[in-house]
Design a protein around this ligand. Sequence first.
Ligand code: HEM
Length: 417
Amino acid sequence: MDRNDVPPDTEQPLPGGLQLTAMDPTFRDCPHLPLDRLRTAAPVHADIALGRWFLTRFDDIKAVVSDRTLSVDPRKAPPGSYSRRLLIGDAPVEEVALSMLHLDDPDHKRIRGLVTQAFNQRAVDAAEPRMHAIAERLLDAIGEREAFEVIADYAAPLPIMVIAEMLGVEHADLALFKRWSDAQAQIFNPARTPEQTAALTEAHQGLEDCITRMIALRRRQPGRDIVSGLVAAQAEGDRLTDREIVITCNLLLVAGNLTTTDLIGNAMLALLRHPAAMSKLRAQPALIAGQAIEEALRYDPPVAQSTRIATSPLSIGGVAITPGQAITVSLLAASHDPAVHNDPHCFDISRQDTTHLAFGGGVHYCLGAQLARAEARVAITHLLGRFATVRLDPAHEVRRKRVAVFNGVEALWVRTD
Ligand code: HEM
């Protein structure tokens, strides 16, 4: 998209130069001011700087993520466009290995169908006792310290350790696996240093080798883990190839770890800033499972946005969109829409209207939603259970992450005295 695509009477309601991603410090620290303004003045906004339409209304966003005529495949975006650069960089199209997240039907339907034979509610239920044990072990390591950093000490290692066990990573490989998974956090940091890029390349290779070894092992000797399930999955004689299993395991790590870390971090931050809500959860821990986690997902969703490519002419809110154009939906704006949520910027664990699109919608609805909810419930329940007092540490500022797609905090220091 360029300037010529902007309808002549479209108001440009944003201050000049503001970029609608967390790479821009003004947007990162205070996203709802511009998002609210856009929702009112230009709900289908021509984001010229990043070459995309940018949507802020709940109903439009729900319709877009559910629309099967729109594509998630970045190869269908015009060369040089923002979404293509972000997702496939300069790689030649034939070399791009895409996961189900970026494949359209029929490829998406085939892979998702096979993967759900192994990665499903049963697998989450089976992992739950280990989630409790891992949370307790991490809290034991924090011990009696009067101050600790929630993300590095707790929210980041927990989902990595859970998924490693679910996949069936050997005990001896766990430390390396954790290091490689940590390095993946740099994927969405376009400002990474050469050292971070080198660590990312090493992590990709390391994970690929590790999973390839596991596949070969499980073919000979199947276990009860996800990799064994992926190896065994079949439908009408069709199976996943080794390459597809590697790409899928990588997706489970990238899509699952950073996001769940951010959910635990964002939920804890909201509770720390709303002590009455925290007290209520301490008195009624059962509320953590439903209301509190759903309100945290609505209030501060870990995935800020998602993008689709138009494959045929369409109209959204009276704006004409042409094939090849990118449509980015702000999941952050969707869950703060006053047309759907009363007093949307208020964190309220007793609200009834927690409807959100934090896990997307339609055929690409998050495959790990139930795992993420379970991990967040377990993490918060154990943290509040372990410490009678937890409060923000005034010696440290809360800084938000500088990333293109995710929405979370870099570090969250708390005091327990
Ligand atoms: C709070 C944590 C999480 C959030 C907010 C989240 C969010 C999302 C969103 C918004 C999408 C859809 C993207 C789109 O339509 O463009 C998605 C897809 C996906 N998520 Fe999650 N996710 C979370 C945790 C997880 C976990 C724990 C896993 C697995 C370990 C996971 C695996 C996936 C997969 C495989 C897809 C692709 C589904 C498909 O394309 O059919 N996610 N997630």
